[in-house]
Design a protein around this ligand. Sequence first.
Ligand code: ADP
Length: 464
Amino acid sequence: MNKKINILISASILGLLALSLIQGYLINNTYKLKKEAFINDTRRSISRIDDFSPTLDSLSNIWQEDLLTTLTDYKVKTATKTDVINNLQRVIDSINELFKQGYQKELLKNNIPYGIKYHKSVKHIILMDSISNDTIYDYKKMPKAIILGDSIPVKNELYISNTLWETDHLDTREIDGKAVNTSLYLMFHTEDVMDIDGWKTEVFKQMIGLLMLSLLIFCFVFGLLYYSIKNLITQKKIADIKTDFVNNITHELKTPLTTLSLASEMLKNPLVKKDSQHFDATINTIERQNKRLQKLIDQVLSNSLGYKEIKLIKKPVEIEAYLNTVLDDFSLIPYTKNVTLNRVFLAKNKVIKIDKFYITTALLNILENAVKYSNDDCVITFNAEIDSDLKISITDHGIGISEENHKHLFDKFYRVEDKALHDVKGLGLGLYYSNQIVKAHHGTITVKSEKDIKTTFIITLPIN
Ligand code: ADP
């Protein structure tokens, strides 16, 4: 059964883990889709700004016109490649601030709420004619040249678009006093990228409902599983306790029933019938065993009562006198062990209101346990003192109880599982019942014990 529960727990944990992984995978996929959709939407809005803003368009015209002029200079050899690039940079530096301001205005106009950085960079500038191509700028060989916009850390760059601009340009220049027509065939390749401030927060905001729901479902399934497993373990414990109880009571019933059947067989014997002494002894045995059976049944019936079902008839009793009678009666019980009882009373002339019958039962249960769970030489110390309440401690130096069993000692039918205790009979009701009696008196009962050293049960009863 234990093995089955362990398998069930492991399978449930694995199932929960698998479920969490699948859920994680689905959330991750949704995150990717939402991110993609968000970036695409922003990309579309930005492209619209770039395509349709007249302000930005006129600024673009400035550097494009200037570039064409310096490229013509390069063609007629009055400028070098470096001059072309430096000049482009100079023009851009002069208009970039205006561009950035214009861009922010367009963003506001288009109701784009989150901060966006944007820039256009050159990838290639190639001059072509019928004979050969001439590369002025190639981004693979040269540092990235931002034409317009903000600089963006490479890891934050989100791609918008690539633009290829091819144009024919015709210009007339005066060379050596002669007007010469120069034609340019130009390929200009740019790339637009953006950086959306806090896009993760935006996407997360869109997913918050889904995340909360997933978390809620996970907690619900986890809670359900935890509750079911806990319930299962409790049920298993109860089933074990019940099985132990049935075994114990069967064990307890066996001896008187066997003796009774032997005694009644004996009574049938004509020799016993004729021998009145033998006959009477057998009848006495039957009576004793009968009483024992009766006591056992009473014990099961009454000792199973809860504290609310115990009807107390409280009367004032003088503490020391009462405890002395209980201990005197206890000393009269014949035991096979060597029992020494020490009494330490610090409660002279004090009176307490209790139900004597029930408190006596509780005290005798603990005292009898002290003998039952001791070695052959049993020394018990019975201590009573008044400390606003009546405090009774019963200490023995027997087998003791290990720490992990303390919290269960007062449970119904609980017996410590110990191979050494196999032959010590009991139903696991004594301490349960003693606790219920003390509770009915609004008192407490606690245990202090060290395995193989000693055990002390402390009963506290309110004086009033
Ligand atoms: P039982 O009929 O088994 O004695 P109890 O309810 O009286 O039932 O006691 C519960 C368990 O507590 C016992 O089975 C025993 O293991 C443990 N126990 C009780 N008293 C003592 C003691 N004085 N020393 C060691 N163990 C004890």
